[in-house]
Design a protein. Structure first.
Length: 304
C-alpha cells in the first residue's frame, strides 16, 4: 500500500512569512503614500480649525485692543489674558448658571426622545397590527411640516395652560416622540432578525420583555445617534428658549451668548471666550460617543 507523505514544512516558514509582510508593509512607495496622506489630513484639519484658532486669539486679547483688524491676527501682540475666561464665568455673564439650565433641558430632551421614540419605533418595526402602514405613512408626512408653521399655535397653547416662563414647553414635547428619530429607530430595528423574537416567545417572554432585554440592547448604535443629535439640537437651540423663557435665571447658554452680542458695546474678546467654552460639551460628547455614533450612522438601513 502506497503511503502519501505530508509536505515538509520548513521551521523558518512563519518567520519568513512575517518578514515578507513587514517588507511589503514598509516598502518605500507605501511609506511615502502614507506620509503624503497624513500630511494632507493634517493640512485639511488645520484649515478647518483656523476659525477656532482665531477665536482663541481674539479671546486672549485685552479690552483696549480691537478684535477685528484688516488682516487677521493669529498671535496676540501683548501678553495673553487668560483671565478673560474667568471673567466670562464670574463677571460678564452667569455662564455656569446658563450651563446648568441648558444641561437640564438637554438631558430631559435626550431621555424623552430615547424613551418615546424607541417604544414607537419598536411597535412599528416588530409588531403586526391593523393600520400600521397607514399610521407610519402619516408619521412620515409630519416630517414635511416645518417647525416654524407650528410655532405660533404651540405658543398660544402653552401660554393658555400657563406653561409660559417654565421649561415645560422645551421638555414635554420630546416625550411625545420625534418623527425623524422614530423613522431611524424603526429602520434599524427591522434589520434585526425576527428569529430572536420567535426564540424569546418560545422561552415565555412577552413583547415588553423582548423589547427591553433583546431589541433595546441591540439598538444601542442607533440610540446613540438619536441621543447625540438631540443633544446638539437642544444645546444650540436659541429660538425655543427665547420664546418661552422670561427671566435671566432660566436662560440657556444660547440666550446668554446672544445677549452679549446685542449690547451697545459688545465685548468681543469675552464673546469669543464664551463661544470657546460653549463648544467644549459637544466636543466631549462626540469623543465619548464617536465609535457608536459612526457605527450607528453606517448601520441604519433603509429596509422598506
Amino acid at each position: 500500500m502506497k503511503t502519501v507523505e505530508a509536505p515538509s514544512v520548513r521551521a523558518d516558514a512563519p518567520a519568513r512569512a512575517r518578514a515578507g509582510r513587514v517588507g511589503r508593509r514598509w516598502r518605500p512607495r507605501t511609506l511615502v503614500f502614507r506620509l503624503v496622506m497624513y500630511a494632507l489630513l493634517l493640512g485639511l484639519s488645520a484649515f478647518i480649525l483656523l476659525p477656532v484658532g482665531w477665536m482663541l486669539t481674539a479671546a486672549l486679547k485685552p479690552d483696549r485692543v480691537p478684535v477685528f483688524t484688516a488682516t487677521p491676527e493669529w498671535w496676540p501682540r501683548e501678553f495673553w489674558h487668560w483671565e478673560n475666561f474667568r471673567r466670562v464665568l464670574t463677571e460678564s455673564m452667569p455662564f455656569l448658571r446658563y450651563t446648568l439650565n441648558t444641561t437640564l433641558v438637554v438631558v430631559s430632551n435626550v431621555l424623552g426622545v430615547l424613551i418615546s421614540c424607541s417604544l414607537v419605533g419598536f411597535g412599528f418595526a416588530r409588531m403586526r397590527f391593523r393600520g400600521s402602514k397607514i399610521l407610519f405613512s402619516i408619521l412620515i408626512i409630519t416630517m414635511l411640516i416645518p417647525w416654524q408653521v407650528l410655532m405660533v399655535p404651540q405658543f398660544l397653547m402653552f401660554f393658555k395652560i400657563h406653561w409660559y416662563g417654565t421649561y415645560l414647553p422645551l421638555i414635554v414635547p420630546s416625550f411625545g416622540g420625534t418623527a425623524f428619530f422614530i423613522f431611524l429607530i424603526r429602520q434599524y430595528m427591522r434589520t434585526i432578525p425576527r428569529d430572536l423574537d420567535d426564540a424569546a416567545r418560545v422561552d415565555g417572554l412577552n413583547n415588553w420583555q423582548i423589547f427591553w432585554r433583546i431589541i433595546l440592547p441591540l439598538s444601542t448604535p442607533v440610540l446613540t445617534v438619536c441621543a447625540v443629535f438631540t443633544f446638539l439640537w437642544n444645546w444650540n437651540n436659541l429660538l425655543g428658549p427665547l420664546l418661552y423663557l422670561d427671566s435671566d435665571e432660566k436662560f440657556t447658554v444660547a440666550i446668554g451668548l446672544a445677549n452679549l452680542v446685542t449690547r451697545s458695546d459688545t465685548p468681543w474678546n469675552l464673546m469669543m471666550a464664551a463661544n470657546l467654552l460653549s463648544i467644549i460639551p459637544p466636543i466631549v460628547v462626540y469623543f465619548f460617543a464617536q465609535k457608536k455614533l459612526i457605527g450607528g450612522i453606517a448601520s441604519v438601513g433603509l429596509k422598506g
